[in-house]
Design a protein around this ligand. Structure first.
Ligand code: ATP
Ligand code: MG
Length: 258
């Protein structure tokens, strides 16, 4: 791609630093995601991936450096309907039972806050539920769902807002194979439609063909920013340094991550 045709940055974090519980967690992170790109944020447990994406959307304040979304400094950014966010799943359930339709509808809140929902909102909700294959169950309580189905609901909620930028924190973690395939297909459709995507992943897995670039964190620093590393599984990631035998037929490591 020539210099002049480089698309604009949708996410731009410069020298981001953040601390949690008095401990530095991000230590000067540069993270750029350009329009139309699909970027994977990789790294071992505790390397700062979730903190980085939470800083991008303002849930964790930076102590240094800065973030721009769509070219606007975060503190002045108000166009949240342009951003979809699926947080990392926690095991904690609880809360009031809601139906799939209700949860997905909440994804349109940023668009409906100042007016009544319109037909377009209901259509967007129905379409998002259909994309993740849960139309038959739209009126069911989300409590009755498997982990993978629940994750599909959260992704449908993000998609209902028709975001230009989709940020997902480990969307495949703890998700059954059938749901993983549906998620991969859903993501493929979003990417084909031009959505910009930042994905936190433990390993590239079934999403690998979609990834344009990988940013690897280690201890709150960027270790790699470039082509997705080959054979990057949990085992190849920094922080996973147990000694154990590997089959001779194993793919060749790039050395980028060791
Ligand atoms: N609320 C918190 N208070 C104190 N420390 C925290 C808090 N949240 C996270 N941390 C610490 O910050 C570091 C980075 O956490 P973060 O969740 O960003 O990592 P991660 O790369 O997303 O890890 P994982 O792969 O487990 O999701 C970890 O050492 C974690 O223990
Ligand atoms: Mg995390």
């Amino acid at each position: 791609m020539s210099e002049s045709s480089t698309p604009e940055a949708v996410i731009s974090m410069r020298a981001g630093t953040a601390a949690l519980g008095g401990r530095p967690v991000l230590r000067g992170v540069d993270l750029t995601v350009r329009r139309g790109e699909v970027v994977a944020l990789l790294g071992a447990n505790g390397s700062g991936k979730s903190t980085a994406v939470r800083s991008v959307i303002g849930q964790v304040p930076l102590t240094g450096g800065g973030v721009e979304l769509f070219g606007t400094p975060l503190r002045r950014f108000r166009q949240w309907a342009r951003v979809g966010y699926v947080p990392q799943r926690t095991t904690a359930a609880g809360g009031v039972p809601a139906t799939i339709h209700e949860v997905v509808s909440s994804g349109r809140l940023s668009r409906t806050k100042l007016r009544l929902p319109r037909g377009a909102d209901r259509e967007a909700v129905d379409r998002a539920i259909e994309l993740v294959g849960l139309t038959d169950r739209a009126k069911d309580s989300v409590d009755a769902l498997s982990g993978g189905q629940h994750q599909r609901v959260l992704i449908a909620r993000a998609l209902a807002a028709a975001p230009e930028l989709l940020i997902m924190d480990e969307p495949m973690a703890g998700v059954d194979l059938a749901s993983q395939e549906i998620l991969a297909a859903t993501l493929r459709a979003q990417v084909a439609a031009g959505t910009t995507v930042l994905l936190v992943l433990h390993e590239l897995g079934p999403l690998e063909p979609l990834i344009d670039r990988a940013v690897v964190l280690r201890d709150g620093c960027v270790l790699h920013d470039g082509p997705p590393p080959k054979a990057v599984g949990q085992h190849a990631l920094p922080g996973h340094d147990h000694v154990h035998p590997h089959a001779a037929s194993e793919p060749v490591r790039t050395g980028l991550l060791s």
